[in-house]
Design a protein around this ligand. Sequence first.
Ligand SMILES: Nc1ncnc2c1ncn2[C@@H]1O[C@H](COP(=O)(O)OP(=O)(O)OP(=O)(O)O)[C@@H](O)[C@H]1O
Ligand SMILES: [Mg+2]
Length: 228
Amino acid sequence: MNSNPAIIDIKNLEKTYGSGSSVISVLRGINLEIQKGEVVSITGPSGTGKSTLLNLMGCLDNFDRGSLAISGTDVSSFEVDALSDFRNKHIGFIFQLHNLLPEFTALENVMMPLLIRRCKHAEAKEKSRELLARFGLENRSHHKPGEMSGGECQRVAVARAIVGEPDIILADEPTGSLDSKNSMNLLEVLLNLCREKGSTAVIVTHDMKIAGMTERIISMLDGLIVSQ
Ligand SMILES: Nc1ncnc2c1ncn2[C@@H]1O[C@H](COP(=O)(O)OP(=O)(O)OP(=O)(O)O)[C@@H](O)[C@H]1O
Ligand SMILES: [Mg+2]
């Protein structure tokens, strides 16, 4: 037995969409190991399967063949309830579109994962406030997503994904709607927080400057990893 197994361990992973004659192979045999505390990026042209791969790592979708283990646990055997429980404990996901809850303020959005985990309300509020401040949003706590800019919403979404200090942070184009300067700032805060907490992070990005801020760049092409 390897005494230090990868926190994300993917072997020969295959994923198709559709059925019959309209099947398309989106992932065609992915092999990837990511170690605990590593911060990596995934790049590649549009449609190569980056989001599909990230969604699988985030236990958000199922696959056809191969294996996927997170923290030494084979997640393909989990039932839906066990899977969402596992996800809530171990993974913070930042989506390509921020999908904040529109009815709730920035602060309430960030508090949500802690409240789902039955953290005390006052503690959730305190932690969430601190994190919003790290992202320069102390004056936006009581604004709803409709009252904030796209970039501010994106920062709130990042805060929400990491407030519970998940072992693994998965981010799909987290700086998609930001200009270059704000992208770098957001990534810097995120990466500093990852390093402080020893979190593992996988960041999908088109931006080679952002990719260059991570420890390892994984390039995908046409459903395969071509270099790592
Ligand atoms: N639900 C779905 N049903 C059918 N095909 C899908 C579905 N989701 C994605 N695809 C296809 O799978 C391929 C990979 O999609 P994916 O979203 O993983 O690409 P991507 O690398 O993230 O691209 P982008 O950089 O544009 O976000 C694309 O050709 C896409 O059209
Ligand atoms: Mg994508």
